[in-house]
Design a binder for this molecule. Sequence first.
Ligand code: AP5
Ligand code: MG
Length: 214
Amino acid sequence: MNIALFGAPGAGKGTQSAALVDRKGMKHISTGDLFRYAIKNETPLGLEAKKYIDAGNLVPDAVTIGLVREELKCVGDTGFILDGFPRTVPQAEALEGLLQENGKTLDQVLFLEVPKGQLMSRLTGRRVCKSCGAVNHIDAKPTKIEGVCDICGGESVQRIDDQEETIANRLDVYENSTAPLKSFYKEAGKLVELDGTGPTDEVFERIQEVLDRN
Ligand code: AP5
Ligand code: MG
C-alpha cells in the first residue's frame, strides 16, 4: 500500500508517519525532513532550500520533484508514505510520471483534517530532536527532561520555521498552493478525509482502519 499523508502544517503528518514506520515498516518519504537533512549537512540542495524553508515558503517545484525522483528509485515492496509531497498541483502531476517510471502507484491520499485554531499551538509547542528527529510537544507529548530527547538524549529544540510569524505564512501558503490538491485527489477518487484531532493513538486507529480496508 502506497499512500500520501496530506494536511496543513501541524496536522500530524510526521507523527503518524513515524507510527506507520514503527508498526508497519513502511518507507517514509518526507520532503521536509530531506530538506532539513540537506541543510544540516550544508549540501548545495540544503543551501538552496534553506532560504525558502526559513521564511515558510515552498521550495521550487523543479528542485522538490528532483529530490522525490531520487527517493522513489530506492523504494522496495514495503509500501511508502509520502509526507509533505505533493504540495502543489504541478507536483501532483509530476508524481504520476515519477510513479510510472518506477512501476508504482499511489493508492490513497489521506487528508488529516485539523481546525486552523489548533494548528498554531501544535506548531509553536513542537520540539524536534537535533540528533534523531524525534518529535515532541511541550503540552501534548513533553520530553521527560525539558529540552532533552527521551530516545537518544539529544537536544530537543524548536524548528526555525515554527515561529508564530513564519507559521502564519506557512498556513497561508498551504491555503493558496496546497489545499487545491484536495479536489485534485477527490476527482481522482483517491482522497480519504480523516479527523486529525484527538489523541495521536486515536488518529492512528482511523488511519489503520483505512489501510485495513484495502
Ligand atoms: P514540512 O516539514 O513538511 O512541514 P509542514 O508541512 O509545514 O508540516 P509540519 O512538519 O510542520 O507538520 P506535521 O503535519 O508533520 O505535524 P507533526 O506531526 O510534526 O515542510 C517544511 C518546509 O519544507 C516547507 O515549509 C517548505 O518550505 C519545504 N517543503 C517541504 N515539502 C515541500 C514540497 N513538497 N514542496 C515545496 N516545499 C516543500 O505535529 C506537529 C506538532 O503537533 C508536534 O509537536 C506533535 O507532537 C503535535 N501533534 C501531532 N499530532 C497531535 C495530536 N493528535 N494532538 C495533539 N498534538 C499533536
Ligand atoms: Mg512534518
